[in-house]
Design a protein around this ligand. Structure first.
Ligand SMILES: [Mg+2]
Length: 409
């Protein structure tokens, strides 16, 4: 569907570096979101953050912005893990990230019934951590003993939910399990290194599946420079894996979160469903006046928000456009690695520009542009040096995983 006068625009907002900097709202963010609420312009939050349920996270955001939101508006890094519950509900899964019981509780809330954490392994395996002196007290406090010893428990999957805290232990555990016989800690597969098998025999012995949910290498906090995010943990793990396998084998895993296609599909469905539920119209409803035509992705990270929106081919006929702000990872005056459709100073400017018609300079209903091919206005695009504003999908694959077939898994 092309953007036209018969459609409404919508927004997908990244949070860190767009609406928030650490725990502090970015100036203008609150007023901007409230304006959209007043105008009944549809929007969702689309973040690579996580660590809480969608309900708890949107409540926290609302508290910080002094606004009220519906939990259905919130798509975070691990929201697509809901789709894995049916397969792993009654199998034992190892969860990584967060602190205390946070991720264990979160996994249970999603519907995973048999959940173990690195601290549980620490409790049972006395010497599993080679250098425990800095984190022993933490793991002993938060680890749990299970009825069935973990030594005799098959780990069916490893889910990374948010940034791991004790990288030393977590990396050791993941490598151990990926090299194990069938997902049993303390074992090694005899197939490892067998050149006659696919992937030199690595991950060919029913080891656990490995899932990541945030490809971001870094994120904007209140520190002067961006800090490591979950993607940095994954990169470090890939480095260890390469050494452990003598560079013979790729580490096989799946990843969701921006910029993967899986997350944009999920986000688009969320936006469509919420809009249908609250306005009685969606992408294919019979009231064209409130149908969503164009979605503006407002983000601060070219390698996440921008390439994701640029690369995504809508399943709902929406036209995704990317707008880069200068209040987070991207620094004003530098050239982003992925070219957005538009660059602005902050979220307030982004929304006002979009409400004024975006590239075509028309009003909120899109009057002034009614091109059925959905093509962009060339004058604005040429400023950015990218007439189409779209990146090749190969960029997405390169970011997503070492096993590109799993990008949209
Ligand atoms: Mg961000």
């Amino acid at each position: 569907m092309a953007h036209s006068k018969d459609t409404t625009i919508a927004f997908a907002f990244d949070i860190d570096g767009v609406l928030m900097k650490g725990v502090k709202p970015i100036p203008g963010a609150r007023e901007t979101i409230q304006k959209l609420q007043d105008l009944k312009i549809p929007f969702i939050f689309l973040t690579n953050g996580g660590g809480l349920t969608e309900e708890a996270h949107v409540a926290k955001l609302g508290q910080r912005l002094d606004l009220t939101f519906d939990k259905r508006l919130f798509v975070q890094s691990h929201t697509p893990y809901h789709d894995r519950v049916a397969e792993y509900a009654d199998k034992t899964v190892l969860v990584l990230g967060g602190h205390g019981q946070q991720i264990r509780d979160l996994a249970h809330a999603y519907g995973f019934n048999k959940v173990v954490t690195p601290s549980d392994f620490f409790q049972e395996f006395e010497h599993i951590h080679p250098f425990p002196e800095m984190t022993r007290a933490y793991h002993l406090e938060h680890g749990r003993r299970h009825k069935a010893p973990l030594r005799d428990t098959k780990i069916a999957a490893i889910f990374v939910w948010s940034s791991p805290r004790d990288w030393m232990l977590d990396m050791q555990l993941v490598i151990d399990l990926l090299l194990s016989r069938g997902g049993y800690m303390g074992t090694r597969s005899s197939k490892n290194g067998d050149a006659s098998l696919p992937n030199y025999g690595f991950q060919q012995d029913d080891q656990p599946k490995l899932f990541f949910c945030n490809p971001d290498f870094e994120w904007a906090t209140q520190h002067e420079q961006p800090r490591f995010a979950q993607g940095a943990f994954r990169e470090a793990l890939c480095g260890l894996w390469a050494h452990a396998t003598r560079n013979k084998a790729k580490m096989q895993y799946s990843v969701v979160g921006k910029p993967t296609e899986a997350t944009y599909i999920y986000a688009e469905g969320t936006l469509r469903d919420y809009h249908s539920a609250t306005h009685g119209t969606g992408s294919d409803n019979d009231n064209p006046e409130r149908r969503i035509g164009r979605v503006y992705m407002i983000g601060d990270n070219p390698e996440s928000d921008i390439v994701g929106a640029n690369s995504y081919e809508s399943r709902c006929g929406f036209e995704w456009r990317s707008v880069l702000v200068e209040t987070g990872v991207h620094v004003a005056g530098t050239v982003p690695i992925h070219t957005p459709n538009h660059t602005v100073r902050d979220v307030r400017e982004a929304v006002e520009w979009a409400l004024a018609g975006g590239e075509c300079g028309s009003n909120v209903n899109g009057e002034g542009e009614d091109r059925e091919d959905g093509a962009t206005d060339g004058s604005r695009s040429s400023v950015n040096g990218d007439v189409s504003g779209r990146s090749s999908s190969s960029n997405l694959s390169a970011v997503g995983t070492s096993d590109t077939s799993n990008v949209s898994d």
